[in-house]
Design a protein. Structure first.
Length: 128
């Protein structure tokens, strides 16, 4: 299993990220979690962020999970539904995680719990 994290900080303007240090967070996450990489984008719901997400999803292997660590999962679901359809990336391997309203340790803990859940989940064979 390969896990990639796409981290968004909502242009650095959202008050819900005021306690997070996005300059040090990607390195901290890569150092402490079992992930292939962490990519930080200032606005994944914008044009550049959408293209970065498309590139990540299209290059993903059959055992890749992508965690979108950003705003509310309900909002992410609406924002990224078309991208998932366009790329054909399986929705069950695209994890939307709310990382607002906490600091780096809180974000680390939310991601750690999510990743531990993925690692413990039973592996199913792809549909033929």
């Amino acid at each position: 299993m390969e896990i990639k994290v796409l981290l968004c900080n909502c242009k650095g303007l959202c008050p819900s990220f005021k306690n997070s240090d996005m300059n040090t967070l990607p390195f901290q996450l890569e150092s402490e979690l079992e992930v292939k990489y962490v990519m930080l984008h200032p606005m994944t719901c914008g044009q550049g962020g959408n293209q970065a997400l498309i590139d990540v999803l299209r290059s993903a292997g059959d055992d890749t999970y992508v965690i979108s660590a950003a705003c509310a999962p309900k909002a992410q679901g609406k924002l990224f539904a078309k991208i998932l359809r366009t790329t054909g990336f399986p929705a069950e391997r695209f994890i939307m995680l709310d990382v607002r309203g906490t600091d780096n340790e809180g974000i680390l803990n939310r991601l750690k719990q999510t990743i531990e859940g993925l690692l413990k989940a039973p592996v199913t064979a792809p549909a033929a």
